[in-house]
Write a protein that binds this ligand. Structure first.
Ligand code: GLU
Length: 313
């Protein structure tokens, strides 16, 4: 695919986006619902892009690793479909926006037995229930290998401290898993599904790796470096559609207006965005708004969307 921007244009836009986003440091909150993540430095911001030829550009004060959190839900969904097929997966989870927070419980009791979509917590736990393998370890290793390909880092792995912390303190997610067992969404061991889900959330990634994954999605599933197919084109279309309609939980509509690029946020402070046929973006800033989205990350994406004309609507 043709490169549509010069490296200089991309670098300049990233640098300006970083400067713009940095003005919002102090305007959000560290995620107190994950105690292992509440000590990050709010001033550490990262803004990265990967074009469809596999060139990655970075700006910002931080190129270190952070917790992938909900961005991993897309990879978990892909592994679930590879293991169990779309029919099984989409009998356990829907594809409609929920309009609720990422860990809302009420829908499973009052609205529908299955979670609304795979990008909210119960949906991702349902995806985890579709992984196959001899045991938890084998299931996780398959998921990890896929994550390694999509992030261009075969060494990627989870932070056990973050996973353990969430296993101990994630009472709502445990309630969601129990409710789904009760509703007949899945059978088996909900504790295992929770742990697989949390290991995915606890993957330690860089914004550059997230932008690379964005470029895979933006390029309809081709590896931006080698052109090798990593994901089916139809699946990429589905993931971008899910990101566009459900990627920011109950602020998805506002994000569509302000940024307008299919995106997925994670409460670790990262956001993934995929501008089809153009580039992938990965941004990071640890402070969150009241909906679990990075405040500075959102501002950076808002800037980049305008500066590089990345909107899809
Ligand atoms: N691990 C977090 C949770 O389960 C993920 C939430 C998010 O990133 O939005 O609550």
């Amino acid at each position: 695919m043709l490169m549509q921007y010069t490296p200089g244009q991309i670098r300049q836009a990233l640098e300006e986006a970083y400067q713009y986003a940095a003005q919002w440091v102090g305007k959000g909150q560290l995620p107190d619902f994950i105690p292992a993540l509440d000590h990050e430095d709010p001033g550490r911001i990262s803004v990265c892009a990967t074009d469809l030829e596999g060139n990655t550009y970075t700006a910002g004060s931080y190129q270190g690793r952070f917790s992938m959190q909900s961005i991993s839900k897309i990879i978990l969904l892909e592994q679930a479909i590879r293991d169990s097929g779309e029919d099984v997966v989409f009998s356990r989870v829907g594809v409609e926006p929920s309009g609720t927070s990422f860990h809302s419980v009420y829908r499973l009791e009052l609205v529908e037995k299955v979670p609304a979509n795979p990008l909210i917590n119960p949906g991702a736990i349902a995806s985890a229930s579709c992984l196959t393998g001899r045991d938890k370890e084998e299931k996780y290793q398959k998921f990890r290998a896929l994550a390694g390909q999509l992030l261009d880092n075969p060494q990627v792995d989870y932070d056990p401290a973050v996973c353990d912390c969430e296993m101990k303190t994630g009472h709502r997610n445990r309630a969601l898993a129990s409710m789904m067992l009760h509703n007949g969404v899945f059978t088996g061991d909900p504790e295992e599904y929770l742990e697989l889900y949390y290991r995915g959330c606890a993957l330690r990634v860089t914004a550059a790796e997230v932008s690379y994954f964005g470029a895979v999605l933006a390029g309809d599933g081709l590896c931006p470096k080698t052109g090798r197919r990593l994901l089916e084109a139809d699946r990429c279309r589905m993931y971008r559609a899910l990101m566009a309609t459900c990627g920011m939980y109950d602020t998805t509509g506002r994000y569509a207006i302000q940024v307008g690029i299919p995106g997925k946020s994670g409460s670790g402070g990262g956001i993934l965005a995929a501008a089809r046929g153009k580039m992938g973006l990965g941004v990071y800033g640890p402070e969150l708004d009241g909906h679990g989205n990075s405040v500075c990350g959102m501002k950076a994406l808002e800037y980049l969307s305008r500066a590089l004309d990345l909107r899809v609507y």
